[in-house]
Design a protein around this ligand. Sequence first.
Ligand SMILES: Nc1ncnc2c1ncn2[C@@H]1O[C@H](COP(=O)(O)OP(=O)(O)O)[C@@H](O)[C@H]1O
Ligand SMILES: [Mg+2]
Length: 229
Amino acid sequence: MLIQTRELWKTYTMGTEKVHALRGVTIDITKGEYVAIMGPSGSGKSTLMNMIGCLDTPSSGSYTLNDRSVANMNDDELAMIRNREIGFVFQTFNLLPRATALHNVELPLIYNGTPSETRLDMAKRALEMVDLGDRMGHRPNQLSGGQRQRVAVARALVNNPSLILADEPTGNLDSKTGVEIMGLFDRLHKAGNTIILVTHEHDVAKYADRILHIHDGQVSRDEDVRNAA
Ligand SMILES: Nc1ncnc2c1ncn2[C@@H]1O[C@H](COP(=O)(O)OP(=O)(O)O)[C@@H](O)[C@H]1O
Ligand SMILES: [Mg+2]
């Protein structure tokens, strides 16, 4: 099993108030799946995504990624997993504004010590995969919103991660550009990538094969939409 959570809880304490962002989430996701996590604003989607991405730890419950318990990993191991196993795509792209597309995509490889020649090749290949082979020298402000998000997707892909996590990846895009980005995720899924996508929009969630509906920090429905158009 790629992802296995058991009774995940996450409680934030704000002064004297406790916010239960997750209340016992138990899910299994296998390699190669395309899953959308859908729910209203504040339902716990990003919190769950941050747990799955090893960016945050649960208050209780267990999480195993590739059959390894995340709770038993130290900070170095977690950093390595985030860098090598997981590709992140965020709503706000999170690109370095002064760096070219090529350099932005190279960054994860710089962090993990990939030699420079290999790095350049890998970054170019990732940019070609998202059809930006002709924009490698452009900086973010010289690219459209959709192109910026494609750079972010290339950066997420560059290490060949076993898992791609996207939190509202179309949230800052117009609907036509959003459709383009969803087409790109479709292609990546068909190529064998595991994709987990967070969204509050049904039009976006329907691209996935499975929709996990989240309400008030709990999975309210696990829907198979493989044959729904
Ligand atoms: N760092 C935090 N500190 C305190 N409360 C938080 C924090 N992050 C999220 N929350 C709260 O947890 C709940 C779920 O948030 P979130 O996972 O971001 O929801 P979603 O992504 O579905 O909009 C919300 O009530 C939110 O206010
Ligand atoms: Mg969110």
